[in-house]
Design a binder for this molecule. Structure first.
Ligand code: ATP
Length: 238
């Protein structure tokens, strides 16, 4: 069986700067796959290209057996691929609930949407308690929960999370990371981008290490966690 997501020889440039240099990787259905790497490695660029916000210079992206590298971003969401972006990108003047509902824009099943709204409130009670509040008043961690909740509202088959732990307290980070596991248990496939390699690899069925636009290492989460070069470069060990 082919993978749920397949990225083949992907190249992405900003003008003359090649940010992603011929990378190939895949995500199998039901897996959590982590993409780790330092600042500027090309992680965000890769996710934005998969979700149709950037166009590749070369290469192919396949989702559920269909090529999507020239499909419009809203159509990609409708096909079941959601993106919780770095820096949250919530709409600050809209209420929490309005932000969540934006995630469901492509759905035609109001009863299902209401049920998923309740699921998001069960998962992150603070979103329910403050559903009428402008999202811009939320703290960084709360906005992160909102961004994840919004991505969940499209009921995705594959959810891409861009640095969900960024700027969070250790306790909030634990919460977000255990949500990743919960989502996986509910059947969502996850592509997780993180600078926090420890947290990301612990939960990953498979991982890829990206350095200046190239994949330099791959393996199971467990293998990468004990890999010497990963330990030195990403886990701060001598
Ligand atoms: P970070 O964790 O810091 O977000 P990243 O791995 O997600 O890093 P990208 O944001 O994908 O990395 O950036 C990859 C490269 O592309 C970097 O060299 C960056 O400076 C460059 N880049 C990113 N966005 C743009 C842009 N809009 N215009 C020009 N160059 C860009």
């Amino acid at each position: 069986m082919s993978a749920m997501l397949e990225v083949k020889d992907l190249e992405v440039a900003y003008g003359k700067i090649l940010a992603v240099k011929k990378i190939s990787f895949s995500v199998e259905q039901g897996q959590v796959v982590s993409l780790i790497g330092t600042n500027g490695a090309g992680k965000t660029t890769t996710l934005k290209t998969i979700s149709g916000l950037l166009r590749p210079n070369a290469g192919e992206i396949w989702f559920q057996g269909e090529r999507i590298d020239h499909v419009a971003a809203h159509d990609i969401v409708s096909r079941g691929l959601a993106h919780s972006p770095e820096g949250r990108r919530i709409f600050p003047r809209l209420s929490v609930e309005e932000n969540l509902m934006l995630g469901a824009f492509a759905r035609r099943d109001p009863a299902g949407v209401r049920a998923d709204l309740q699921t998001a409130y069960d998962l992150f009670p603070i979103l329910g308690e403050r559903r009428k509040q402008p999202a811009g008043t939320f703290s960084g961690g709360e906005q992160q929960m909102l961004a994840m909740g919004r991505a969940m509202m499209s009921r995705p088959k594959l959810m891409m999370l861009d640095e969900p732990s960024m700027g969070l307290s250790p306790i909030m980070m634990k919460r977000i990371m255990s949500t990743v596991t919960e989502l996986q248990q509910q059947g969502t496939t996850i592509l997780l981008v993180e600078q926090n390699a420890q947290a990301a690899l612990k939960r990953a069925d498979f991982g890829y290490v990206l350095e200046v636009g190239k994949i330099v290492l791959s393996g199971t989460g467990r293998d990468l966690l004990v890999n010497d070069s990963v330990r030195k470069a990403y886990l701060g060990e001598d």
